[in-house]
Design a protein around this ligand. Structure first.
Ligand code: NAD
Length: 359
């Protein structure tokens, strides 16, 4: 019997978890891919592109019969009841944000891997969906800001006069922040960036941006690469630094997050009226509260002439490449956890240990 890997159609997302190209690249032996009808239609992969060993399938068939089920967001609670014992559901469960998920999964007999719990290690880099999606959102944030800004990004010297390059402030230089810096620099802007992790300094500078240091940050090497919560005293000093720079910036890209906690507020409401008219803030931390006090998640608002875009899901606006990259990450994980056409989940494996949230 071949291993059946079922791919679900997303309900509120144009992306698909596995593309036809991912399947072509797969070296997993003796496998059949069941693709829910229409799963890739909105990301540019109509059913006809999924050819053998892939075939069209219904949602019910996949939920009830597949050995491995793959999606970007988990199926509905009532659908979880259809998944058979010993099946493996691979999705993004966000257990660090949703503390009810473990108890919910405990009611079911299947196993579950959370793609967003893959360790952020060199070995697992090719499976890291948080990085691949953050990289897209960092890029998109800059494109969105450039479109909204009533000014140029690059310096222009023309017969109609000279234009100064835009000044971009990036708050948080993790994966999204570094991509935002790289994209802004490619568009010719002057960039400065903040982060609390000392490792970020060299990365920021290597992209041609200025690293703004606020002394006294807590940096814990044992936090798996993630930032740790800073003291209120430190955050107050940081806010003062941000405010001084915000007034001179044309665009601020906010990406600062502390895993499992509310995002730090680094742009206070009082800062907004002091910013240049027409400036743009894109807040990628919106879903965890935002780095700007005025951010409204999922909304674009204008306050005192400053446009504030609160969007933590910008990767969804680039569904073709986002699907391709998400699918590559999933495929690399599947290759790691299968052997000779069978599921081979080794509990002692560091990657499995990190992401198998229900065994
Ligand atoms: P994230 O989305 O959790 O946070 C974004 C950034 O915000 C981080 O750089 C964080 O340090 C920063 N931040 C938090 N509080 C801040 C504050 N008060 N002021 C300014 N910045 C603040 O981070 P991420 O992009 O998911 O990356 C998490 C870590 O994982 C990073 O260290 C990244 O380099 C690392 N990583 C490692 C690998 C690997 O080795 N394979 C792969 C991907 C990411």
């Amino acid at each position: 019997m071949p291993l059946i890997i079922g791919v679900l159609k997303e309900r509120e997302d144009k992306r698909v978890a596995i593309t036809p190209d991912n399947i072509k690249r797969s070296k997993i032996k003796d496998v059949q891919w069941w693709i829910e009808n229409g799963a890739g239609a909105e990301s540019g992969f109509p059913d006809a592109l999924y050819v053998a060993p892939a075939k069209g399938s219904t949602r019910q068939e996949i939920l009830q019969q597949a050995d491995i089920i793959v999606s970007i967001f988990p199926p509905d609670d009532n659908e979880l009841g259809s998944i058979r014992k010993d099946a493996l559901l691979i999705s993004q469960f966000r257990p660090y944000q949703d503390d009810t998920i473990q108890a919910k999964l405990a009611n079911h007999p299947f196993r579950a891997i959370s793609m967003d719990m893959i360790p952020r290690t060199t070995l697992a880099q090719s499976m890291d969906v948080l990085s691949s999606m953050a990289s897209i959102s960092g890029y998109k944030a800059v494109i969105l800001a450039a479109q909204q800004l009533p000014r140029y990004f690059p310096m222009m010297i023309t017969s109609a006069g000279s234009i100064r390059p835009a000044k971009i402030l990036v708050i948080g230089a993790g994966v999204a922040g570094l991509q935002a810096i790289a994209t802004s620099r490619k568009l010719g802007a002057i960039v400065e960036a903040f982060d609390v992790r000392s490792a970020a300094k060299e990365e920021v500078q290597s992209l041609g941006a200025k690293f703004v240091e606020v002394e006294g940050a807590k940096d814990d090497k044992g936090a798996g690469g993630y930032a740790v919560q800073q003291t209120e005293e430190y955050l107050a000093r940081q806010r003062a630094e941000v405010q001084a720079r915000a007034m001179k910036s044309d665009v601020i890209i906010c990406t600062a997050q502390v895993r499992g906690r509310k995002a730090p507020v680094l742009i206070e409401a009082e800062t907004i009226p002091q910013m240049k008219h027409g400036s743009v803030i894109v807040d990628l931390a919106a879903s965890t509260g935002g780095n700007c006090a005025l951010t409204e998640n999922g909304k674009t608002i204008v306050r005192n002439g400053v446009t504030i875009i609160g969007d933590s899901r910008l990767e969804m606006d680039m569904p073709e490449d986002a699907s391709q990259m998400y699918g590559n990450n999933v495929l690399n994980l599947l290759t790691h956890i299968t052997k000779d056409g069978e599921l081979n989940l080794r509990p002692e494996d560091e990657i499995v240990k990190g992401c198998l949230i229900k065994s």
